[in-house]
Design a protein around this ligand. Structure first.
Ligand code: GNR
Ligand code: NI
Length: 189
């Protein structure tokens, strides 16, 4: 297992539509293990593969520790998810994103969702989620389609944050091409 670098705005790869996984093999399982380690280290409650520069329809979630720091981990590995149903009822949660660091804003989404997916062993599963799990699942599935939570905000707020990150990137210069970055690019195909 390894902690991978999380890419951030304005990296254009965050806007890719990610490819379905044809088969869950050892490589995909290793990817999910790295994603979980990276998510827990960040720390975060969800991570999509594209956030570590791998454009595949894979995500991991664990909302267990959000309320209780000492709770046992409850990792979910989700491949090729498909939303089957969303509630008409909406709910609002404050969202953040590891690829948009230090920016938090309320987002309104369906309060409950049902989805079908493949788990770590490639078995078909269904999940019905509410609360923060429903929010996080929708946030992660958005990532697979190149959608970020700022896309659900007003254009004014979205443009403000997009400009801020474009400007910061200019000051920082282009990302360094060394170490983990290169390995990831090679593994990302
Ligand atoms: O760690 C995360 N917290 C979070 C809080 C509210 C709604 C969504 C999230 S997901 C985020 C990690 C992340 O960027 N996943 O893509
Ligand atoms: Ni995110």
């Amino acid at each position: 297992m390894a902690i991978r670098t999380i890419i951030a705005l304005p990296d254009p790869r965050l806007r890719l539509k990610c490819a379905p996984v044809p088969a869950i093999d050892a490589g995909i399982q290793a990817l999910m293990d790295d994603m979980l380690e990276t998510m827990y280290a960040a720390p975060g409650i969800g991570l999509a593969a594209i956030q570590i520069a791998v454009p595949k329809r894979v995500l991991v979630l664990d909302v267990a520790k959000r309320e209780d720091e000492n709770a046992a981990p409850e990792p979910l590995c989700i491949v090729n998810p498909e939303i089957l149903w969303t509630s008409d009822e909406l709910s609002t949660h404050q969202e953040g994103c590891l690829s948009i660091p230090e920016f938090f804003e309320d987002v309104e989404r369906p309060a409950r969702v049902r989805a079908r997916y493949l788990d770590r062993q490639g078995r078909a599963q269904e999940i019905e989620a509410d609360g923060i799990l429903a929010t996080c699942l929708q946030h992660e599935i958005d990532h697979l389609n190149g959608i970020l939570f700022i896309d659900h905000l007003s254009r004014l707020k979205r443009d403000r944050i997009t400009r801020k990150f474009a400007k910061t990137a200019k000051h920082r210069g282009p990302p360094r091409k060394s170490g983990a970055g290169k390995e990831q690019a090679a593994a990302g195909g």
